[in-house]
Design a binder for this molecule. Structure first.
Ligand code: PMP
Length: 360
């Protein structure tokens, strides 16, 4: 049975990328060995590593002031690495709390130093983006952190918070490379690869060089952005296979219209699903507030938990996988990252319409 993959991450990869990786898996470019079997200091791997960095720089039109790093430990490691580098004694960082992931980042930062919440969506059950009031921003913050897309709640920023001269930091794990954006407003961006960029195992960090000078020398090397940057993320063995796969995914994005192409397709995909939810006369209910809806993670429920169970079961039997909501949120969630084809979203939309007809 054909699988329509709506997993939240790790998630669908472009079939062309999987096929390309398969074709050269045993014998990479005629060297007689797999890319998994050769040194990360070899010319072959270095070329891949640099190509991937170059593609990211080009795609986001990054100025030469930015470093692109490939790190390990997932986006979760960035929750700690960020404050370890910058939230030093006597400093305060600001956090926008828009949901489960930004809250985790804030809690982790509190273990390192002084981290304050500047705006919170908790009173709205994280179903709407919180409003950051400029007058609530204290002076002298070392950075302001937010998540551009809350993967669990299914809410997403269309335009980013305006924070003046304070360095702006974004967790873009679940929407990086899904649409064009002006990267120059950020001092640091991080994202785990396993949604829009490839398999799990590599986290990209884009950091403005001006930040690197302030990092204390006592910071452990592996957790020090400046050390990683000085070594082009080859301080130790990088996750070679994840970087290799990410490079293929980045190439696939380029070949499919770049970020403009991704954005147009992603919007179409989201529209067709929200349309079914909104025109269901309350049979389906979108969980996120309309003004905050994500085009990456579509969260919804049905009238009753019995119907939801039945729906999930029937979906799975029909080859739709990964639609169960996050264990903390329940209900359903369709994650429709770059590699999920429009046709799959259309098939899901049609299935939902038919399920309503049979069960209303
Ligand atoms: N931030 C966001 C927005 C996420 O969606 C996730 C994972 N789903 C994380 C952070 C944590 O990522 P990781 O599992 O790579 O640590």
């Amino acid at each position: 049975m054909y699988t329509y993959n709506f997993n939240a991450g790790p998630s669908a990869l472009p079939p062309e990328v999987l096929q390309e990786a398969q074709a050269e898996f045993l014998n990479f470019q005629g060297i007689g060995a797999s890319i998994l079997e050769i040194s990360h200091r070899s010319k072959h791997y270095e070329t891949i590593h640099q190509e991937a960095q170059q593609r990211i720089k080009q795609m986001l039109a990054l100025s030469s002031e930015y470093e692109v790093l490939f790190l390990q430990g997932g986006a979760s490691a960035q929750f700690s690495m960020l404050p370890i580098n910058f939230l030093t004694k006597g400093k305060t960082a600001g956090y926008i709390n828009s949901g489960a992931w930004s809250e985790k980042a804030w809690k982790e930062a509190q273990k390192i130093g002084e981290a304050v919440v500047l705006a919170s969506g908790k009173d709205k059950q994280f179903q709407q983006l919180p409003n950051l009031q400029v007058q609530n921003i204290p002076e002298e913050l070392v950075y302001i952190h937010f998540a551009s897309n809350e993967t669990i709640g299914g809410i997403q920023y269309k335009t980013y918070p305006k924070v003046g001269d304070i360095p702006l930091v974004a967790d873009m794990s679940s929407d990086i490379m899904s649409r064009p954006f002006d990267a120059s407003q950020f001092s640091l961006i991080y994202a785990g690869a396993q949604k829009n960029l490839g398999p799990a195992g590599v986290t990209i960090v884009i950091v403005h060089r001006s930040l690197l000078d302030s990092i204390p020398e006592s910071t452990p090397d592996m957790l020090n952005y400046a050390v990683q940057a000085a070594n082009q993320s080859l301080f130790n063995t990088p996750p070679v296979f994840s970087v290799y796969m990410m490079n293929l995914v980045l190439k696939w994005i380029e070949q499919h219209g770049g970020l403009e192409g991704m954005a147009a397709r992603n919007q179409q995909k989201a529209d067709i699903l929200y349309e079914v939810i909104d025109s269901s006369d309350g049979f389906y209910k979108g969980l996120a507030h309309k003004d905050s809806r994500s085009i990456m993670n579509i969260t919804f429920g049905t009238e009753s938990s019995e119907k939801e169970k039945k729906l999930l079961l029937e979906l799975e039997q029909a080859g739709f996988i990964g639609l169960k909501g996050h264990r903390a949120a329940g209900h359903l969630r369709a994650s429709i990252y770059n590699a999920v084809p429009y046709e799959h979203c259309k098939a899901l939309a049609e299935f939902l319409v038919d399920f309503q007809r049979r069960n209303a």
